[in-house]
Design a binder for this molecule. Structure first.
Ligand code: FES
Ligand code: FES
Length: 156
């Protein structure tokens, strides 16, 4: 077993974990943060995306021990003071989902897209979301949601 301490959604969490444990399983099974989903076993779908030290990362590609000492944000930590993050709000307003399975990953990847490019074109949003698979939608409303969020955030 290995000792880890990860700050998850602003709270320090200590644990003894199997060195083989993936971060996605640590989040879901040890911390019950089930907004982070597993959608494939090939690192392709992005349903497991979380932010590690401010960067969107597929948590099925990271061991929990590799995240030791880092700051992790999951979809459960994105809302602040009971208010949805503007990207969450934009997905809500623009119906950027159907079943919702991919949504947490889409939203966290969108945080990363808008951090680096606050005013993306539609093509840039589509390119940025290439690592995230949605099995339900034609992506149209997802892209619309990210563009609406960019407008709402005004470059912040
Ligand atoms: S579960 Fe991580 S990319 Fe699909
Ligand atoms: S909304 Fe169902 S997988 Fe994307």
């Amino acid at each position: 077993m290995a000792k880890i301490e990860i700050k998850v959604n602003g709270k320090a969490r200590k644990a003894d974990v199997d060195p083989r444990l993936l971060l996605v399983h640590y989040l879901r099974e040890n911390l019950n943060l089930t907004g982070t989903n597993v959608g494939c076993d090939t690192s392709q779908c992005g349903a497991c995306t979380v932010m590690i030290d401010g960067q969107a990362v597929k948590s099925c590609t990271v061991l929990a021990v590799q995240a030791d000492g880092s700051d992790v944000t999951t979809i459960e930590g994105l809302a602040q003071d009971g208010k949805m993050h503007p990207i969450q709000q934009a997905f809500w307003d623009n119906h950027g989902l159907q079943c919702g399975y991919c949504t947490s990953g889409m939203i966290l990847t969108s945080v990363e897209i808008l951090k680096h490019n606050p005013h993306p074109s539609e093509a840039e949003v589509r390119h940025g979301l290439e690592g995230n698979v949605c099995r339900c939608t034609g992506y149209h409303n997802i892209v619309k949601s990210v563009l609406a969020a960019a407008d709402a955030m005004g470059g912040k």
